[in-house]
Structures are given as C-alpha cells and as structure tokens.
Design a protein. Structure first.
Length: 165
C-alpha cells in the first residue's frame, strides 16, 4: 500500500485493518547525463521524458511485489542505457526507430538501500545491471517500449530480494 493511499484512507476516516505493504522510491541522479534515455534520436529533457516517468512508475508499482510487508527500497538510478539504439545512417525513415541488436543491451547503474518498517538497513549497495542475452528473451507479443529494461530490473529484484517462503 502506498503512503499516498494510506494517507488518503486515514484522512477519509478509515479505521479498518491496514496491511502495510512494501514501498519503493526512485530518484534519478543527474538524468541529463544518462547514457541513453532518448525517446527519439535526440534527447528529451529529463523532466519531460516519458521513458523516465514510465520506468519510475513501473518500479513503484510492480517492483514492490518483491518486498516484504513494511520494507522500503530506495533506488538511486545513476545511469541508464536503454535496450537498442538509433541508427539514422540507415536512412531518414530510421531516424526515430530504435534498433535492437546484441551490441545494444540494456544497462542500468543504481544504488539501493533496503530498510525494514523500523528503518533498520537490511541491505545496500551499488549494482551495474546488464542483460547481454536480452534478444533471446524477447516477447513479440509485448510491444512495450521498455520491455527489456523492465525485465532487467525485474530479474535483479528477484535475485537481490528473494521473497521468503
């Protein structure tokens, strides 16, 4: 349950039992210097970049499934190189087409801190994620522009924070 939802429920006078699910906060550190978060051949300003907004939203919504109740994961994204790249030299019709090849794997550099509900640090560190075999895992049914980048993060979350059984 997000803190925003919890606050809304409390303000509305909700008094029933509340399940305290995990939360994720995402901060981009100097996104204007990221290797690649381009929506087109040319960079979009970080505050208007749909890829950054969508990736943050996805992490805050989907990533919490790996966390135990009450845990907080704070992510600082230091660099992003999205899967694929632009090859405008192939002609004007390819100017805004992101081409997926083995030489353009998704890469994300991040720092993280995992805390329990009392603020005790359970884990922290810095990771450089990359998936060199991302094309072998491609799903042609999913036409999400961030499919490979989201999978990279999802795989990392599963490995770094295995859910207790």
């Amino acid at each position: 349950m997000t803190s925003r939802l919890l606050a809304t429920m409390l303000l509305a006078g909700f008094t029933g039992p509340v399940l305290a699910a995990g939360t994720i906060t995402v901060d981009y550190v100097q996104p204007e210097k990221f290797t690649d978060v381009k929506e087109r051949q040319f960079k979009t300003s970080p505050d208007k970049n749909a890829h950054l907004k969508n990736l943050k939203s996805w992490l805050e919504k989907e990533g919490v499934q790996q966390l135990a109740d009450g845990q907080t994961l704070r992510l600082k994204i230091l660099d992003i190189d999205l899967a694929g790249d632009f090859e405008p030299w192939n002609g004007p019709e390819f100017q805004d087409v992101r081409v997926l090849k083995d030489i353009y794997p998704p890469r994300i550099k991040l720092q993280f801190t995992l805390q329990d509900r009392d603020g005790k640090v359970l884990g922290e560190g810095e990771r450089e994620l990359r998936n060199l075999s991302y094309l072998m895992e491609s799903s042609f049914a999913n036409r999400n522009a961030l499919e490979h980048d989201e999978r990279l993060l999802k795989d990392w979350l599963r490995k770094e924070f295995p859910k207790p059984e």
